[in-house]
Design a protein around this ligand. Structure first.
Ligand SMILES: [Mn+2]
Length: 272
């Protein structure tokens, strides 16, 4: 890539979560493309960055995942402030709360102040699993069903790519159309908002449920930055303090990347 001609958007802040490096369904190429088109003052890694659960089941670490990890580490050396808030899939790192590794600060929760002076609580969101009643059995079933759904999603999008359609999240569509899923998402959102109310802050930034969203609830802001498994989304703050969700698969060069990735995959199949 010729960096001299790459247009880079400047963000005061970027929140990324649920990247799931080490998981087959992580869209590492898209994330790398987003990071290569961005200049970031402060980057929050809002949990589930490395999928230690998936890695314990089956070790998978392609070159693209390595490139993402390398890029995230190099950002802190290039002058970005990087804060990592471990989630449930990278829970072993939670014990380093308050420690700085190299240039990366580790914390379980953080308060962010926007350019226009708003205070936002930043956290992964697994803190609310009890309140939302995702019991251990329910999360195990959910995990299995979700794995199957992602498997279907993968093949479905291969077919779409062959027909030159852009990437589309089947899992995301089903989640927003199933009654039980909607209920759980609502409960999760209210658990987040209640926490913001109790802490006296203006809102909350979280991830965890792979459901990007911006909402106003009871006078507080709810921001969910989504994920890089299905949605390829990032929450961004512009220098003026405006906060926006970005879906990287919907940008034109991301679509070119999708077709390139799929034609490469087809090429590899043919060669094999
Ligand atoms: Mn999570």
């Amino acid at each position: 890539m010729n960096n001299a001609f790459v247009y880079r958007a400047h963000y005061r802040t970027v929140w990324l979560s649920d990247i799931h490096l080490g998981n087959t369904d992580c869209k590492a190429e898209y994330l790398l493309d987003f990071l290569n088109h961005s200049t970031i003052d402060t980057l929050y890694l809002v949990g589930d960055i490395i999928d230690m659960w998936a890695m314990s089941k089956q070790f998978r670490w392609p070159e693209s995942h390595n490139q993402v990890l390398h890029k995230l580490m190099s950002l802190s050396k290039e002058g970005s402030r990087v804060i990592f808030l471990p989630g449930n899939h990278d829970a072993p790192l939670q014990k380093y709360d308050g420690i700085t590794f190299g240039e990366i600060e580790i914390a379980r929760e953080m308060i962010h102040t926007t350019a226009d002076g708003k205070k936002l609580l930043v956290l992964h969101g697994d803190q609310f699993d009890q309140a939302v009643c995702f019991g251990p059995l329910q999360s195990w079933i959910g995990d299995k069903a979700y794995d199957l759904l992602l498997f279907i999603n993968r093949w479905y999008n291969r077919a779409r790519a062959m027909l030159k359609f852009p990437y589309w999240s089947l899992a995301g569509y089903l989640k927003s159309h199933i009654k039980g899923a909607n209920k759980a998402i609502t409960r999760y959102k209210y658990a987040c908002i209640n926490r913001a109310i109790n802490m006296g802050v203006d809102g909350v930034v979280c991830g965890h449920i792979h459901h990007p969203e911006v909402a106003d609830i009871s006078g507080k802001k709810y921001y969910n930055d989504g994920d890089w498994i299905e949605n390829c989304s990032a929450l961004t703050e512009l220098p003026c303090g405006e906060i926006k969700l970005i879906y990287w698969t919907q940008t034109s060069h991301a679509n070119n990347l999708f077709n390139l990735r799929m034609s490469k995959a087809r090429g590899q199949k043919k060669a094999a």
